[in-house]
Design a binder for this molecule. Structure first.
Ligand SMILES: *Cc1c(COP(=O)(O)O)cnc(C)c1O
Length: 455
């Protein structure tokens, strides 16, 4: 038994698989406290492709993160507070956003439409004016007027100035504002652009002198940062700017590190959250003590970190095919969904995924496979970067038995990036929480997908 848990990297807290286990019959199960869910049964009951979302995992991760920050804040006698801001773009799904808010999370939005969801929650009395909403992204007129409207209704809205036009547009804004710095520090991550178009340079920001109602200095470097130094390096640079900026803007008292905290998608252990939190606090304290200024409140907008591990996408293997090129043979498993549509990052940023069978996890024999999606696109595939995915062989299936597989950590970004190439339907989505399973999104019918295209 242990051997199979190890083989599939399940039950490991440092790999975010501590809730997953293997049943006596070799099926993938999930534990939520004393509740247990059998994913093989759920896949057969609801059909595939299937997204299974676990809000309780998001809640646990947020609680743990707040705990880690607050413990270190106390131990170091750090004078500022910690605030978690959920970047809604990681997943705007209600089943994540509402639990995050109820656990004390704040928000970060990137567009007028995301902010409109805030307005809606407010109108439905699901939103407290204590929750701070940070507004990033280019400010269209629609976005600016919604920012003002919500601020006038008494919500706690902090727009972030990202360029000179926004500095002018927000110069009459009556609430707190932030400003976005481009720290110009090279980091190892998914976003290492030579010409970063986001934010303002230190020189530009400092040239503005006094900025009305400036409360917060913000920056965001990349997603999936590789090393602790990729988080601490830009912070050091940002603190230099913070110290100078505070001289002309005495109300400045928040530093926002943006997103980028990595997820062990490939199930190799990464640096610990505890270690990086300590480094963050020490770095800020050092800069403040040198400049003799108070410690700011610390904000992070770690999106993937919080929600990616809270969802699985489950597929069924439709068929297999062996393809040779000269002396090399590759075994393809065709799945009943699409990487290009449902797991866009496979294709967009060459995301690697942890994949495990949903049934027959005890299989002694395994096959090296490549996975192909349902669309006609040659890019609709997953090969683990040209390596292979190990899965049970299909020739040992009993009559009527089917092989299912799960892609782990699909909770961030994949939903909003999803598309309908070849007019395929999106996966059905179920939510698993408190022993109850609810359908959050039904399987799209041909008629529903067709309607999107004017039919
Ligand atoms: C995308 C983004 C985030 C979240 O990034 P993750 O990699 O998911 O942590 C946070 N802040 C800003 C400004 C972003 O653009």
């Amino acid at each position: 038994m242990k051997k199979f848990l190890k083989q599939w990297k399940l039950g490991r807290p440092e790999l975010n698989t501590s809730c997953f286990d293997i049943s006596r019959d070799g099926e993938l199960v999930l534990h939520e406290g004393n509740y247990q869910y059998n994913l093989f049964n759920l896949a057969r009951k609801f059909g595939t492709p299937l997204e299974a979302a676990f809000p309780f995992i998001v809640e646990q991760r947020l609680d743990d993160l707040k705990d880690i920050f607050n413990r270190s804040i106390k131990a170091f006698r750090y004078r500022g507070k910690f605030f978690y801001h959920y970047p809604m773009k990681a997943s705007q799904n209600k089943e994540y956003v509402l639990p995050i808010l109820s656990e004390g999370g704040n928000l970060e939005v990137t567009s007028a439409n995301e902010l409109w969801l805030v307005k809606r929650m407010w109108e439905q009395e699901q939103f407290s004016s204590r929750i701070r909403v940070i507004c990033n992204g280019p400010k269209t007129n629609q976005y600016l007027s919604l920012i003002s409207e919500l601020r006038d209704k008494g919500l706690n809205i902090t727009p972030i100035i990202e360029d000179k036009f926004e500095l002018a547009a927000l110069s009459t804004f009556r609430g707190d504002v932030g400003i976005r710095l481009d720290p110009q520090v090279r980091v190892h991550g998914h976003w290492d652009k030579k010409f970063n178009r986001f934010g303002l340079t230190a020189e530009e920001i400092l040239s503005f002198g006094r900025i009305r109602n400036l409360k917060l200095l913000h920056y965001h470097t990349s997603k999936q940062l590789e090393y602790v130094e990729d988080i601490v390096g830009p912070l050091k640079k940002a603190m230099q700017v913070y110290v100078k900026l505070r001289k002309t803007n005495p109300n400045l008292d928040m530093i926002d590190l943006g997103g980028g905290m990595p997820v062990p998608f490939e199930k190799k252990p990464l640096f610990s959250t505890e270690a990086v939190v300590k480094k963050i606090l020490r770095t800020i304290m050092k800069a403040c003590e040198k400049a003799d200024i108070p410690h700011p409140d610390v904000l992070v907008e770690w999106g993937s970190y919080l929600v990616a591990p809270a969802q699985l996408t489950v597929y069924r293997v439709l068929s297999e095919k062996s393809v040779t090129n000269g002396s090399i043979a590759k075994q393809w498993y065709i799945i009943d969904g699409s990487f290009i549509n449902d797991l866009k990052d496979t294709w967009a940023i060459r995301q690697k995924w942890h994949i495990a069978p949903v049934n027959r996890l005890h299989s002694k024999r395994l096959t090296r496979t490549w996975l192909a999606g349902l669309s006609c696109d040659s890019d609709d595939k997953y090969t683990a970067g040209g390596k292979y995915i190990l899965l049970p062989p299909l020739d040992t299936l009993e009559a009527g038995e089917q092989q299912y597989l799960a892609v782990f950590d699909t909770g961030a970004y994949q939903d909003a990036l999803a598309s309908h190439h070849c007019l395929l339907s999106s996966p059905m989505k179920i939510v698993i929480q408190n022993g109850v399973i609810t359908v959050a999104r039904k399987r799209e019918t041909a008629e529903e997908v067709g309607r999107e295209f004017g039919w």
